[in-house]
Each structure stands twice: as C-alpha cells, then as structure tokens.
Design a protein around this ligand. Structure first.
Ligand code: GDP
Length: 198
C-alpha cells in the first residue's frame, strides 16, 4: 500500500518548524514506551525509520516521515506520561501538542496508541480531551498485544471500548496490534492508506 522507501523529513521543536500544510498527515500519539516507534517501523516495513528505545520523555519533537514519492506524511508525536519528566518539559509538550492539533488543517487523523497490557490511563484521556476540543479525528490502537493471553485480549478491548464510549464524539473501531508478530498491522495500514493522495 505504501511505496518504499520512507524517509525521515524533519524534527520540529515548535510548530513554526513544520513544513507547509499542503500534504495530508496522520499522527501517532501515546505514552512513552507504548511501542510507537516499533509500530511506525512495522507499518512502513523499515526497521530503523523511527528510532526505538529513545530516552523516555527526552525527545520533545514532532518527527515527520514520508514516502520518498510523497502523498502522505506520518507525524510521530513526542511520547507523554513519563513519570519522571520535569514540569517544564511537560509544559513544553502540552504547548507543542496544543498548537499542533489546533493549527494543522491537513491533519486527517491521530492514532492514539495504548499499551494492551495496561489499557487506557488518565494521560490518554487528557490527550483525547485535546483532540476532542480541536475536533481532530482519532482512533485508538492497542499495542503489544502479543504479550497478552487470549482472554486478556477481549478484556482490554472491552475496557477500551467502554473508555471511548464516554467520549463526546463517535470514533472508529479500536485496532489491536502487535509490531512483533505483525497482528493488526495490515488493518492499520489500510486505514492510513485511505488518506493517501495522488
Ligand atoms: P516508543 O517509546 O513508544 O517509541 O516505544 P518503542 O517502539 O521504542 O518500544 C518500547 C519497547 O517495547 C521496546 O523494548 C520494544 O521492543 C517493545 N515493543 C514494542 N512493540 C512491541 C510489540 O508489539 N510486542 C512486544 N512484545 N514488544 C514490543
């Protein structure tokens, strides 16, 4: 669905660093260590595109990726919810995310990643509040599902559905994934491909 290779475009520490908004974008958000880099790499089929195992809470950048031939961009949002993150870093994160979500007309969807072992947390609700207020479409993606026993899968899907049902707007169905085993990756890829242009 996506033409390779994908390339790293740019890291943006402020919204004024962002490239022109003439190409559709989808973004990935999630708590630090949720498996965001691994999922982006699995999606595009390139192991080292997004850097995994970056120090949690350190990278306060919007990292942009695109297929070399264009058509779409992926925005890797900085991870949140890192317990030891200093307050100024958290405030900087909030500001960057707030401005990004409010001022990006080409942003078609945000995939909110949630660790399948932990389910949705308060931080995830905070991000969803921002998304709802900014009227940005989002979809929940559960990660690391290979770490769950089969029974756990239904339980976390159920808990996540209930969590989402409390949101003010309707949202697309939750996608359960494993970057390790590849589960759900095709489905997510197909979702994103709907936004491809050209
Ligand atoms: P990020 O901080 O959200 O970008 O998370 P990473 O992609 O760097 O992943 C954090 C940790 O979780 C790493 O040790 C990964 O190997 C591990 N991980 C990520 N995705 C999966 C998965 O689908 N299954 C399993 N078992 N581990 C994963």
């Amino acid at each position: 669905l996506f033409a390779r290779p994908w390339v790293f475009l740019k890291g943006c520490v402020r919204v004024s660093d962002l490239p022109a908004d003439n190409i559709v974008e989808v973004a990935f958000a999630g708590r630090s260590n949720v498996g965001k880099s691994s999922l982006i790499n699995a999606l595009v089929g390139q192991r080292a595109l997004a850097r995994t195992s970056n120090t949690p809470g350190r990278t306060q950048e919007l990292n942009l990726f695109a297929p070399e031939q264009g058509g779409i961009r992926i925005v890797d949002m900085p991870g949140y919810g890192f317990a030891k993150a200093p307050k100024p870093a958290v405030e900087k994160w909030n500001k960057l995310i707030h401005q990004f979500l409010r001022g990006r007309p080409n942003l078609r969807r945000v995939y909110v990643l949630i660790d399948g072992r932990h389910g949705p947390k308060a931080n995830d609700a905070t991000v969803m509040n921002e998304l709802d207020k900014a009227a940005v479409s989002y979809q929940v993606v559960l990660t690391k599902m290979d770490k769950l026993p089969e029974k756990g899968t239904e339980a976390v899907l159920d808990a996540t559905r209930k969590f989402i049902a409390k949101r003010p707007a309707a949202h697309p169905e939750i996608i359960a994934t494993s970057s390790e085993k590849g589960a759900g990756v095709d489905m997510l890829r197909a979702e994103i491909a709907k936004f491809l242009e050209g």
